[in-house]
Design a protein around this ligand. Structure first.
Ligand code: NAD
Ligand code: ZN
Length: 389
């Protein structure tokens, strides 16, 4: 089959590789009908993740048609149309039973390596690094889905691929980010990053009763999409974000701050002015945590900082003293996707949201290398690329 393979920093290619096969009775194989490129793929593309190997197949936002089933998968039939969560979860360990699917204890075959780096091993993830299991992704014609009796959700004919696909990741991710922000009716929520995750966080925060959402980015098309979703905006390239947030909240700061940027902020100096302001020279870090620092500094006392943005490895020099003295709650993590697929599918069916609003670039799998570069460079008004292998 054809598949998008990682070959090194900034080097992804569509190669011909072996078709996937059923390896375990709980596996399914799907013929991929739609897959997307995620901001998390960019961290792999940009070489932030050291445990990648040449030839790894990328892609964790996938849906398709079931074409083969292991003997223990009794909830699916050949021909079913399914969306596949990027988190691989057994459904039965201590963590899965608590709904902490991204913390599944059983699905990372490289758990020992992960535990050395992180203290404990999180779940295996489709199409990520070897630290997170080394599973093949679905930017390909076919995908092996482990634990297929737990993850994939069937999609009714009334819902299109473009409407359903993002149940695999970014809709649940934006939704969980808003849940983690502990929003109370009427709250002001600031969201850094108007990429696909930020866009779903904006709409989720408003669904949860936020009074105001203030969205921060520098890209005009993304700021315009945020406004169309009901947010006020700040262009961080033109406006000093900390000052502006204080000015718009009577000097108190937003009730909740969501970092939907993550490692992406490498090289951006947006928070440096804040750091100067508090004369916290000890925080002048080399690392990629500008947005998170800015969120912590901006958030009101007793507020909540929610971090769906992905960080890898060490990112110290956070203003932990500010977080402590202001009494902040900080919540972060990979999304427990399986917890959200069914309820969010209901919202799509009920017409509360049509997730296809975020798609700007429909493409084919062969376009993938060009689309990765475009999505990384934010060229051509790209917000979300969806490929049809
Ligand atoms: P993206 O790269 O399309 O969007 C990031 C946005 O942040 C861009 O629009 C960029 O212009 C903006 N940005 C950069 N620096 C900024 C700054 N200083 N202030 C404000 N905005 C800034 O990515 P995406 O697909 O929206 O993903 C966003 C993040 O969410 C990534 O880190 C990704 O890895 C992460 N993610 C996490 C999960 C999860 O399970 N927690 C799932 C999916 C994605
Ligand atoms: Zn993703």
């Amino acid at each position: 089959m054809r598949a998008l393979c990682w070959h090194g920093k900034g080097d992804v290619r569509v190669d011909t590789v072996a078709d996937p096969e059923i390896k375990h009775p709980r596996d399914a194989i799907i013929k991929v009908t739609a897959c997307a490129i995620c901001g998390s793929d960019l961290h792999l593309f940009d070489g932030f993740q050291p445990t990648m190997e040449a030839g790894d197949i990328l892609g964790h936002e996938n849906m398709g048609e079931v074409v083969a089933l292991g003997s223990e998968v009794t909830n699916l039939r050949i021909g079913d149309r399914v969306v596949v969560p990027f988190t691989i979860s057994c459904g039965d360990c201590w963590f899965c039973r608590k709904g902490l699917f991204a913390a599944c204890d059983r699905t990372n075959p490289n758990a020992e390596m992960a535990a050395k780096a992180m203290g404990h091993s999180p779940a295996g993830l489709l199409g990520f690094s070897h630290m997170l299991g080394g599973y093949c992704g679905g930017q390909a014609e076919y995908l092996r889905v482990p634990m297929a009796d737990i993850g994939p959700i069937k999609i009714p004919d009334s819902v299109t691929d473009d409407q359903a696909l993002f149940l695999s990741d970014i809709f649940p991710t934006g939704y969980m980010a808003a849940e983690n922000a502990q929003i109370e009716a009427g709250d002001t929520v600031a969201i850094w990053g108007c990429g696909p995750v930020g866009q779903f966080a904006i709409r989720s925060a408003l669904m949860m009763g936020a009074g105001r959402v203030i969205a921060i980015d520098e890209i005009p098309e993304r700021l315009a999409m945020a406004e169309a979703g009901g947010a006020e905006t700040i262009n961080f390239a033109e406006t000093e974000v900390y000052d502006e947030l204080q000015a718009r909240t009577k000097g108190r700061g937003p009730d909740s701050c969501i970092d939907a940027v993550g490692c992406e902020a490498a090289g951006h100096g947006a928070a440096d002015a804040v750091i100067d302001k508090v004369k916290a020279s000890v925080m002048l870090a080399t690392d990629r945590v500008h947005v998170l620092r800015q969120a912590i500094m901006s958030c009101r006392k007793g507020g909540t900082v929610s971090v769906p943005g992905v960080y890898v490895g060490m990112g110290d020099k956070l203003p932990i003293g500010a977080a402590m003295n202001k009494g902040l709650t900080i919540k972060l993590g990979q999304t427990h996707v399986q917890r959200y697929t069914a309820p969010l599918l209901e919202k799509i069916i009920a017409g509360e949201i049509d997730p296809s609003f975020v798609i700007t670039h429909p493409a084919s799998l062969e376009d993938a290398p060009e689309m990765y570069a475009k999505f990384r460079d934010k060229d051509d008004g790209v917000i979300k690329v969806v490929m049809r292998p």
